[in-house]
Design a protein around this ligand. Structure first.
Ligand code: IMP
Length: 199
């Protein structure tokens, strides 16, 4: 079975991606390959950040073995009424060391009184596959709207409590993980990755 290192320190993402990729590959965490620390993401596009994160792991591990590839994802929440912000800066929207709650507070304040609450999540995955020379990219997108207050229940992270995908009456945070995985930005990008890996 092919083994791929997933360049993330986010345990929510790790379990989402493991569930979605179940089958064609074994997803190895950074901890399992003995890597810790902040992964740099200083590019100004999702694609640039995904590449930077995956390259960081390859450089740290010094690997390009036949069986061990690396992939990384970068996600942005793009809000129409905010001209696409916070976008690539979604993680640090409310400041360098802000919490998910700080980001949500800032977003709700920025949209206060605005009628248009349309938004989308976009994910770009970069795969550095030892069998190909160039990085490969896979994308996923989900459209929806920003709620006026948090709807939380159990699972979820980031902006999940205030994002309601189209055709659903609940926020991402209120959905079981397997449902979120089927329709989410990251789920769709991972599906595209899985299809490539199976082919
Ligand atoms: P990252 O750089 O890919 O980790 O994503 C940037 C930020 O987007 C994260 O810090 C979260 O705030 C947010 N984000 C990414 N994925 C999700 C998701 O599935 N739900 C809610 N927020 C997310």
């Amino acid at each position: 079975m092919k083994r791929l290192v997933f360049a993330t320190n986010n345990k929510h993402k790790l379990s989402e991606v493991r569930a979605a990729l179940d089958g064609p590959v074994e997803v190895v965490s950074l901890a399992e390959v003995g890597l810790a620390g902040d992964i740099p993401e200083t590019a100004d596009t999702l694609q640039g950040n995904a590449l930077q994160k995956a390259q960081w792991v390859v450089e740290k591990l010094g690997i390009r073995s036949e069986r061990l590839g690396v992939f990384a994802d970068d996600t942005g929440l793009e809000v129409e009424a905010l001209d696409g912000a916070p976008g690539v800066y979604s993680a640090r929207y409310a400041g360098e060391h802000c919490s998910f709650d700080d980001n949500i507070d800032k977003l709700l304040a920025a949209l206060d009184g605005k009628e248009n609450r349309r938004a989308c999540f976009r994910t770009v995955i970069c795969l550095l596959d030892p069998t190909t020379d160039e990085p490969l990219y896979f994308e996923g997108r989900v459209d929806g709207q920003i709620l006026t207050e948090r709807h939380t229940h159990g699972e979820g992270f980031g902006y999940d409590p205030v994002f309601m995908p189209d055709r659903f009456a609940v926020s991402f945070a209120e959905m079981p993980l397997d449902v979120k995985n089927l329709i989410s930005h990251r789920g769709l990008a991972v599906k595209a990755l899985a299809e490539y890996l199976k082919a």
